[in-house]
Design a protein around this ligand. Sequence first.
Ligand code: ZN
Length: 461
Amino acid sequence: MKLRDLLCGPPLGVAFLLAAAPVAAAGLEAGAASRIVTPDLAKHAPIYLAGFGQNRPATGVHDDLFARCLALRAGGRPLVLCGVDSIGLFSDDTGRIRKAAVERLGQPADIVVAALHDHEAPDTLGLWGPSQAKSGISESYVAFLTAQTTDAIVEAVHNLAPAEAALASVRDARLDALIHDNRPPVVHDAEVIALRLRAKTGGAPIATLVNWANHPETLADRNTLITADNNASLYRTIERELGGIAVYLNGAVGGMQSSLGAHLREADGTPVPDRSFRKAEIVGHTVAMFAVQGLRRARWQEIDRISYRETQAKVPVANENFRMAAAAGLFRGRKQAMSDGVAEVPVAFVRLSAAGKPVLEAACIPGELYPELSVGGVQRYSGADFPNAPIEPPVKPRMKAPYRMLFGLANDEIGYIIPKAEWDNLAPWLQSSPKRWYGEVNSTGPETAPAVLDALFKLMN
Ligand SMILES: [Zn+2]
Protein backbone atom coordinates (compact mmCIF):
# COMPACT_ATOMS: atom_id res chain seq x y z
CA MET A 1 0.00 0.00 0.00
CA LYS A 2 1.31 3.43 -0.87
CA LEU A 3 1.60 6.09 1.79
CA ARG A 4 -1.03 8.17 0.00
CA ASP A 5 -3.66 5.44 0.39
CA LEU A 6 -3.29 5.60 4.15
CA LEU A 7 -3.89 9.30 4.45
CA CYS A 8 -7.20 10.47 5.73
CA GLY A 9 -6.39 14.20 5.42
CA PRO A 10 -5.59 16.11 2.23
CA PRO A 11 -3.42 14.30 -0.34
CA LEU A 12 0.28 14.50 0.47
CA GLY A 13 1.03 16.81 -2.46
CA VAL A 14 -1.31 19.44 -1.07
CA ALA A 15 0.25 19.19 2.37
CA PHE A 16 3.71 19.72 0.89
CA LEU A 17 2.49 22.71 -1.14
CA LEU A 18 1.07 24.28 1.98
CA ALA A 19 4.26 23.61 3.89
CA ALA A 20 6.37 25.09 1.10
CA ALA A 21 4.37 28.34 0.94
CA PRO A 22 6.15 31.31 2.53
CA VAL A 23 5.39 31.44 6.22
CA ALA A 24 4.56 34.89 7.55
CA ALA A 25 4.88 35.90 11.21
CA ALA A 26 5.65 32.48 12.63
CA GLY A 27 3.95 32.82 15.98
CA LEU A 28 4.12 29.94 18.41
CA GLU A 29 1.34 27.40 18.56
CA ALA A 30 1.01 24.73 21.21
CA GLY A 31 -1.27 21.76 21.81
CA ALA A 32 -1.22 18.82 24.18
CA ALA A 33 -2.95 15.48 24.72
CA SER A 34 -2.58 12.44 26.89
CA ARG A 35 -3.69 8.82 26.78
CA ILE A 36 -3.72 6.13 29.44
CA VAL A 37 -1.32 3.25 28.73
CA THR A 38 -2.12 1.16 31.81
CA PRO A 39 -2.13 -2.53 30.86
CA ASP A 40 -5.29 -4.61 31.15
CA LEU A 41 -3.87 -7.41 33.28
CA ALA A 42 -6.34 -9.93 31.83
CA LYS A 43 -6.32 -8.88 28.18
CA HIS A 44 -2.58 -8.22 27.93
CA ALA A 45 -1.47 -11.12 30.14
CA PRO A 46 1.11 -12.05 31.14
CA ILE A 47 2.45 -8.67 32.30
CA TYR A 48 5.87 -8.73 33.96
CA LEU A 49 7.09 -5.65 35.77
CA ALA A 50 10.41 -4.42 34.42
CA GLY A 51 13.62 -3.01 35.74
CA PHE A 52 14.90 -5.20 38.57
CA GLY A 53 15.07 -9.02 38.61
CA GLN A 54 13.17 -11.38 36.31
CA ASN A 55 9.77 -12.91 36.96
CA ARG A 56 7.85 -10.15 38.77
CA PRO A 57 4.31 -10.61 37.45
CA ALA A 58 1.97 -7.63 37.94
CA THR A 59 -0.85 -8.39 40.39
CA GLY A 60 -2.81 -5.14 40.22
CA VAL A 61 -2.88 -1.45 39.33
CA HIS A 62 -2.14 1.28 41.87
CA ASP A 63 -2.32 4.24 39.47
CA ASP A 64 -2.45 4.81 35.72
CA LEU A 65 0.41 4.94 33.26
CA PHE A 66 0.31 7.61 30.58
CA ALA A 67 1.59 8.75 27.21
CA ARG A 68 1.65 12.55 27.47
CA CYS A 69 2.49 14.69 24.45
CA LEU A 70 3.19 18.36 23.83
CA ALA A 71 3.03 19.66 20.25
CA LEU A 72 4.73 22.93 19.29
CA ARG A 73 4.85 24.75 15.98
CA ALA A 74 6.35 28.04 14.87
CA GLY A 75 5.46 28.22 11.22
CA GLY A 76 7.22 25.04 10.10
CA ARG A 77 6.38 21.44 10.82
CA PRO A 78 5.09 20.48 14.23
CA LEU A 79 7.48 19.22 16.90
CA VAL A 80 5.88 16.72 19.27
CA LEU A 81 7.51 15.72 22.57
CA CYS A 82 6.05 12.69 24.34
CA GLY A 83 6.87 11.11 27.67
CA VAL A 84 5.60 7.56 28.23
CA ASP A 85 5.45 5.75 31.60
CA SER A 86 7.43 2.77 30.38
CA ILE A 87 10.76 1.13 31.26
CA GLY A 88 12.05 1.81 27.75
CA LEU A 89 11.00 1.63 24.12
CA PHE A 90 13.30 0.39 21.39
CA SER A 91 13.58 2.42 18.18
CA ASP A 92 11.61 -0.37 16.44
CA ASP A 93 8.56 0.61 18.50
CA THR A 94 9.10 4.39 18.63
CA GLY A 95 9.71 4.21 14.85
CA ARG A 96 6.33 2.51 14.39
CA ILE A 97 4.64 5.16 16.55
CA ARG A 98 6.30 8.05 14.72
CA LYS A 99 5.48 6.62 11.28
CA ALA A 100 1.85 5.89 12.16
CA ALA A 101 1.39 9.40 13.58
CA VAL A 102 2.83 11.10 10.48
CA GLU A 103 0.60 8.97 8.25
CA ARG A 104 -2.49 9.86 10.25
CA LEU A 105 -1.57 13.54 10.38
CA GLY A 106 -1.04 13.59 6.61
CA GLN A 107 1.89 15.95 7.05
CA PRO A 108 5.52 15.70 8.14
CA ALA A 109 6.20 16.15 11.85
CA ASP A 110 9.23 15.85 14.10
CA ILE A 111 8.35 13.49 16.92
CA VAL A 112 10.27 12.48 20.03
CA VAL A 113 8.88 9.53 22.01
CA ALA A 114 10.80 9.07 25.24
CA ALA A 115 10.14 6.34 27.79
CA LEU A 116 10.40 7.64 31.35
CA HIS A 117 12.22 4.53 32.59
CA ASP A 118 9.46 3.57 35.03
CA HIS A 119 10.61 0.45 36.90
CA GLU A 120 7.03 -0.37 38.01
CA ALA A 121 5.64 -0.65 34.46
CA PRO A 122 5.36 -3.59 32.01
CA ASP A 123 8.45 -5.11 30.43
CA THR A 124 8.62 -3.61 26.94
CA LEU A 125 12.29 -4.51 26.38
CA GLY A 126 12.08 -8.27 27.00
CA LEU A 127 14.70 -8.54 29.73
CA TRP A 128 12.43 -9.25 32.72
CA GLY A 129 10.35 -12.26 31.69
CA PRO A 130 9.69 -15.44 33.68
CA SER A 131 13.33 -16.49 33.31
CA GLN A 132 16.55 -15.18 31.83
CA ALA A 133 15.86 -17.15 28.66
CA LYS A 134 12.24 -16.02 28.15
CA SER A 135 11.12 -12.63 26.88
CA GLY A 136 8.81 -10.61 29.13
CA ILE A 137 7.31 -8.59 26.28
CA SER A 138 3.54 -8.81 25.90
CA GLU A 139 3.00 -7.97 22.23
CA SER A 140 -0.68 -7.18 22.78
CA TYR A 141 0.34 -4.64 25.43
CA VAL A 142 3.00 -3.06 23.19
CA ALA A 143 0.40 -2.80 20.40
CA PHE A 144 -1.97 -1.04 22.83
CA LEU A 145 0.77 1.34 24.08
CA THR A 146 1.75 2.09 20.47
CA ALA A 147 -1.84 2.87 19.43
CA GLN A 148 -2.51 5.03 22.49
CA THR A 149 0.73 7.00 22.10
CA THR A 150 -0.01 7.56 18.41
CA ASP A 151 -3.46 8.87 19.35
CA ALA A 152 -1.94 11.29 21.85
CA ILE A 153 0.50 12.63 19.24
CA VAL A 154 -2.23 13.13 16.63
CA GLU A 155 -4.56 14.84 19.10
CA ALA A 156 -1.78 17.11 20.41
CA VAL A 157 -1.10 18.32 16.84
CA HIS A 158 -4.81 18.78 16.15
CA ASN A 159 -4.98 20.91 19.32
CA LEU A 160 -2.29 23.36 18.12
CA ALA A 161 -3.44 26.92 18.78
CA PRO A 162 -1.65 30.29 19.20
CA ALA A 163 0.30 30.25 22.45
CA GLU A 164 2.88 31.98 24.55
CA ALA A 165 5.61 30.36 26.62
CA ALA A 166 7.23 30.76 30.01
CA LEU A 167 10.46 29.07 31.07
CA ALA A 168 12.07 28.35 34.40
CA SER A 169 15.05 26.46 35.72
CA VAL A 170 15.62 25.68 39.38
CA ARG A 171 18.57 24.23 41.27
CA ASP A 172 18.16 23.43 44.93
CA ALA A 173 19.83 21.11 47.41
CA ARG A 174 16.39 19.65 48.17
CA LEU A 175 16.30 18.32 44.58
CA ASP A 176 19.71 16.71 45.00
CA ALA A 177 18.45 15.09 48.21
CA LEU A 178 15.94 13.07 46.16
CA ILE A 179 18.77 11.43 44.21
CA HIS A 180 21.24 8.86 45.46
CA ASP A 181 24.29 8.17 43.28
CA ASN A 182 25.91 4.83 44.05
CA ARG A 183 28.88 5.08 41.70
CA PRO A 184 31.75 7.57 41.60
CA PRO A 185 31.93 10.35 40.68
CA VAL A 186 28.90 11.57 42.62
CA VAL A 187 27.38 13.93 40.06
CA HIS A 188 23.70 14.84 39.74
CA ASP A 189 22.00 16.63 36.89
CA ALA A 190 19.34 17.74 39.37
CA GLU A 191 18.21 20.97 37.78
CA VAL A 192 14.48 21.17 37.04
CA ILE A 193 13.78 22.86 33.72
CA ALA A 194 10.17 23.64 32.87
CA LEU A 195 8.32 25.06 29.89
CA ARG A 196 4.76 26.29 30.35
CA LEU A 197 2.36 27.08 27.52
CA ARG A 198 -0.89 29.04 27.64
CA ALA A 199 -3.33 30.29 25.02
CA LYS A 200 -2.23 33.57 23.48
CA THR A 201 -5.76 34.93 23.77
CA GLY A 202 -7.53 34.44 27.08
CA GLY A 203 -4.55 32.76 28.75
CA ALA A 204 -6.11 29.31 29.22
CA PRO A 205 -3.45 26.82 30.33
CA ILE A 206 -2.33 24.34 27.66
CA ALA A 207 0.54 22.30 29.10
CA THR A 208 3.66 22.25 31.24
CA LEU A 209 6.73 20.25 30.24
CA VAL A 210 9.05 19.29 33.11
CA ASN A 211 12.56 17.90 32.64
CA TRP A 212 14.53 16.39 35.53
CA ALA A 213 16.76 13.33 35.93
CA ASN A 214 16.15 10.40 38.27
CA HIS A 215 15.14 6.73 38.06
CA PRO A 216 11.39 6.37 38.74
CA GLU A 217 11.92 3.25 40.83
CA THR A 218 10.98 4.38 44.32
CA LEU A 219 8.62 1.40 44.81
CA ALA A 220 11.61 -0.87 44.16
CA ASP A 221 11.78 -4.57 43.36
CA ARG A 222 9.12 -6.18 45.60
CA ASN A 223 6.19 -4.06 44.48
CA THR A 224 3.84 -5.90 42.10
CA LEU A 225 1.34 -3.08 41.44
CA ILE A 226 1.51 -1.10 38.20
CA THR A 227 2.34 2.54 39.00
CA ALA A 228 3.88 5.60 37.38
CA ASP A 229 6.00 5.77 40.57
CA ASN A 230 7.33 9.33 41.20
CA ASN A 231 5.68 10.59 38.03
CA ALA A 232 2.12 10.02 39.29
CA SER A 233 2.31 12.83 41.85
CA LEU A 234 4.38 15.02 39.54
CA TYR A 235 1.51 14.98 37.02
CA ARG A 236 -1.11 15.56 39.74
CA THR A 237 0.68 18.51 41.33
CA ILE A 238 1.52 20.23 38.05
CA GLU A 239 -2.05 19.93 36.78
CA ARG A 240 -3.62 21.02 40.08
CA GLU A 241 -1.35 24.07 40.41
CA LEU A 242 -1.08 25.20 36.78
CA GLY A 243 -3.91 23.52 34.83
CA GLY A 244 -3.40 22.09 31.35
CA ILE A 245 -1.61 18.80 30.70
CA ALA A 246 1.58 17.84 32.53
CA VAL A 247 4.26 16.26 30.37
CA TYR A 248 7.43 14.86 31.91
CA LEU A 249 10.66 13.97 30.15
CA ASN A 250 13.42 12.26 32.08
CA GLY A 251 17.05 13.30 31.75
CA ALA A 252 20.54 11.89 32.30
CA VAL A 253 19.60 9.07 34.70
CA GLY A 254 22.74 6.93 34.38
CA GLY A 255 25.58 6.25 36.72
CA MET A 256 23.36 5.85 38.86
CA GLN A 257 20.62 8.37 39.61
CA SER A 258 18.08 6.75 41.89
CA SER A 259 15.73 7.61 44.72
CA LEU A 260 16.33 4.16 46.25
CA GLY A 261 19.18 5.20 48.52
CA ALA A 262 17.76 8.68 49.23
CA HIS A 263 16.23 8.74 52.71
CA LEU A 264 13.50 11.34 53.11
CA ARG A 265 11.64 12.90 56.01
CA GLU A 266 8.18 14.36 56.37
CA ALA A 267 7.90 18.08 57.19
CA ASP A 268 7.66 17.18 60.91
CA GLY A 269 10.87 15.15 60.76
CA THR A 270 9.29 11.67 60.69
CA PRO A 271 11.26 9.34 58.43
CA VAL A 272 9.43 8.41 55.21
CA PRO A 273 9.41 4.63 54.72
CA ASP A 274 11.60 3.50 51.85
CA ARG A 275 9.92 1.64 48.95
CA SER A 276 6.58 3.28 49.77
CA PHE A 277 3.93 5.04 47.72
CA ARG A 278 4.28 7.92 50.17
CA LYS A 279 7.94 8.29 49.26
CA ALA A 280 7.16 8.22 45.52
CA GLU A 281 4.49 10.86 46.12
CA ILE A 282 6.96 13.14 47.90
CA VAL A 283 9.62 12.81 45.18
CA GLY A 284 7.25 13.69 42.33
CA HIS A 285 5.45 16.42 44.28
CA THR A 286 8.72 18.08 45.33
CA VAL A 287 10.02 18.22 41.76
CA ALA A 288 6.66 19.54 40.54
CA MET A 289 6.53 22.27 43.20
CA PHE A 290 9.99 23.54 42.27
CA ALA A 291 8.83 23.72 38.65
CA VAL A 292 5.61 25.50 39.68
CA GLN A 293 7.42 28.05 41.87
CA GLY A 294 9.95 28.77 39.12
CA LEU A 295 7.24 29.17 36.50
CA ARG A 296 5.15 31.50 38.68
CA ARG A 297 8.09 33.92 38.67
CA ALA A 298 8.72 33.53 34.90
CA ARG A 299 7.66 36.10 32.32
CA TRP A 300 5.65 35.15 29.23
CA GLN A 301 7.61 35.28 26.02
CA GLU A 302 7.41 34.76 22.28
CA ILE A 303 8.99 31.85 20.45
CA ASP A 304 9.22 32.34 16.69
CA ARG A 305 11.37 29.50 15.45
CA ILE A 306 11.74 25.79 16.19
CA SER A 307 14.48 23.68 14.69
CA TYR A 308 14.85 19.92 14.99
CA ARG A 309 17.70 17.85 13.65
CA GLU A 310 18.07 14.10 13.88
CA THR A 311 20.76 11.67 12.81
CA GLN A 312 21.67 8.02 13.34
CA ALA A 313 24.73 7.06 15.35
CA LYS A 314 26.35 3.69 14.76
CA VAL A 315 27.22 2.06 18.08
CA PRO A 316 29.34 -1.10 18.29
CA VAL A 317 27.71 -3.58 20.68
CA ALA A 318 30.50 -5.11 22.74
CA ASN A 319 28.15 -6.43 25.43
CA GLU A 320 27.84 -10.21 24.87
CA ASN A 321 24.62 -10.37 26.91
CA PHE A 322 22.89 -7.86 24.64
CA ARG A 323 24.09 -9.69 21.51
CA MET A 324 22.89 -13.00 22.88
CA ALA A 325 19.57 -11.50 24.01
CA ALA A 326 18.93 -10.19 20.48
CA ALA A 327 19.97 -13.51 18.92
CA ALA A 328 17.84 -15.53 21.38
CA GLY A 329 14.70 -13.51 20.58
CA LEU A 330 14.33 -11.83 24.01
CA PHE A 331 13.55 -8.58 22.18
CA ARG A 332 11.04 -10.47 19.99
CA GLY A 333 12.58 -9.35 16.70
CA ARG A 334 13.54 -5.84 17.79
CA LYS A 335 17.15 -4.61 17.67
CA GLN A 336 18.08 -7.47 15.33
CA ALA A 337 21.36 -5.85 14.27
CA MET A 338 22.55 -6.17 17.88
CA SER A 339 23.09 -9.89 17.34
CA ASP A 340 25.70 -8.88 14.72
CA GLY A 341 27.28 -6.44 17.15
CA VAL A 342 25.89 -3.10 15.98
CA ALA A 343 23.10 -0.75 16.92
CA GLU A 344 21.95 2.22 14.87
CA VAL A 345 20.50 4.72 17.30
CA PRO A 346 18.67 8.01 16.77
CA VAL A 347 20.23 11.18 18.19
CA ALA A 348 18.49 14.55 17.91
CA PHE A 349 18.79 18.20 18.85
CA VAL A 350 15.98 20.69 19.43
CA ARG A 351 16.22 24.49 19.55
CA LEU A 352 13.50 27.04 20.24
CA SER A 353 14.47 30.63 19.39
CA ALA A 354 13.06 34.12 19.60
CA ALA A 355 14.23 37.01 17.41
CA GLY A 356 17.26 34.99 16.28
CA LYS A 357 18.38 34.06 19.80
CA PRO A 358 18.20 30.50 21.18
CA VAL A 359 15.82 30.32 24.16
CA LEU A 360 15.61 26.60 24.88
CA GLU A 361 17.73 23.73 23.62
CA ALA A 362 17.32 20.01 24.22
CA ALA A 363 19.55 17.05 23.42
CA CYS A 364 17.69 13.81 22.63
CA ILE A 365 19.82 10.89 23.85
CA PRO A 366 18.83 7.27 23.04
CA GLY A 367 19.61 5.83 26.49
CA GLU A 368 20.74 6.57 30.02
CA LEU A 369 23.52 9.13 29.89
CA TYR A 370 25.84 9.37 32.87
CA PRO A 371 25.19 12.81 34.40
CA GLU A 372 28.86 13.77 34.19
CA LEU A 373 28.39 13.65 30.41
CA SER A 374 25.49 16.09 30.77
CA VAL A 375 26.89 18.64 33.21
CA GLY A 376 30.60 17.74 33.47
CA GLY A 377 32.77 16.00 36.04
CA VAL A 378 34.17 12.89 34.31
CA GLN A 379 37.00 11.52 36.47
CA ARG A 380 40.08 9.43 35.82
CA TYR A 381 40.31 6.67 38.42
CA SER A 382 42.84 3.94 38.99
CA GLY A 383 41.48 0.67 37.64
CA ALA A 384 39.80 2.20 34.56
CA ASP A 385 39.99 -0.03 31.46
CA PHE A 386 40.90 2.90 29.18
CA PRO A 387 43.01 5.18 31.38
CA ASN A 388 44.06 7.35 28.47
CA ALA A 389 40.71 7.62 26.71
CA PRO A 390 39.87 11.17 25.67
CA ILE A 391 37.26 12.72 27.99
CA GLU A 392 34.06 13.48 26.11
CA PRO A 393 32.94 17.10 26.53
CA PRO A 394 29.67 17.38 28.51
CA VAL A 395 26.49 18.24 26.62
CA LYS A 396 24.81 21.08 28.51
CA PRO A 397 27.82 23.45 28.72
CA ARG A 398 28.03 23.25 24.90
CA MET A 399 24.48 24.56 24.48
CA LYS A 400 23.87 28.24 23.71
CA ALA A 401 20.35 28.77 25.06
CA PRO A 402 19.74 29.93 28.63
CA TYR A 403 17.41 26.93 29.22
CA ARG A 404 19.01 23.54 28.60
CA MET A 405 17.14 20.26 28.63
CA LEU A 406 18.32 16.72 28.04
CA PHE A 407 15.84 13.99 27.10
CA GLY A 408 17.05 10.53 28.05
CA LEU A 409 15.71 7.31 26.44
CA ALA A 410 14.60 9.51 23.54
CA ASN A 411 13.28 7.40 20.64
CA ASP A 412 15.37 4.43 21.83
CA GLU A 413 16.81 2.74 24.92
CA ILE A 414 20.25 1.18 24.65
CA GLY A 415 21.06 1.29 28.36
CA TYR A 416 23.84 3.14 30.12
CA ILE A 417 26.03 5.58 28.23
CA ILE A 418 29.26 5.62 30.25
CA PRO A 419 32.24 7.97 29.81
CA LYS A 420 34.91 5.88 28.09
CA ALA A 421 37.52 7.04 30.63
CA GLU A 422 35.31 5.60 33.44
CA TRP A 423 34.59 2.29 31.63
CA ASP A 424 35.44 -0.60 33.95
CA ASN A 425 34.58 -4.08 32.77
CA LEU A 426 37.84 -5.70 33.93
CA ALA A 427 39.43 -5.93 37.39
CA PRO A 428 41.02 -4.13 39.14
CA TRP A 429 37.89 -2.05 39.75
CA LEU A 430 37.69 1.76 39.94
CA GLN A 431 39.05 3.20 43.17
CA SER A 432 40.26 -0.29 44.25
CA SER A 433 36.68 -1.37 44.89
CA PRO A 434 36.53 -5.02 46.10
CA LYS A 435 33.75 -5.69 43.58
CA ARG A 436 32.60 -4.64 40.15
CA TRP A 437 30.67 -1.35 39.89
CA TYR A 438 27.14 -1.48 38.53
CA GLY A 439 26.71 -0.06 35.02
CA GLU A 440 28.69 -1.86 32.31
CA VAL A 441 26.40 -4.92 32.49
CA ASN A 442 23.59 -2.72 31.13
CA SER A 443 25.60 -0.81 28.53
CA THR A 444 26.24 -1.61 24.87
CA GLY A 445 29.95 -0.88 25.35
CA PRO A 446 32.82 1.58 25.84
CA GLU A 447 32.40 3.17 22.39
CA THR A 448 28.77 4.17 22.99
CA ALA A 449 29.42 7.51 24.68
CA PRO A 450 31.99 8.68 22.09
CA ALA A 451 29.71 7.61 19.18
CA VAL A 452 26.49 9.15 20.55
CA LEU A 453 28.11 12.41 21.65
CA ASP A 454 30.05 12.78 18.41
CA ALA A 455 26.77 12.48 16.48
CA LEU A 456 25.06 14.97 18.81
CA PHE A 457 27.82 17.58 18.60
CA LYS A 458 27.72 17.43 14.81
CA LEU A 459 24.00 18.27 15.00
CA MET A 460 24.59 21.09 17.47
CA ASN A 461 27.23 22.83 15.36
ZN1 ZN B 1 18.36 2.46 34.45
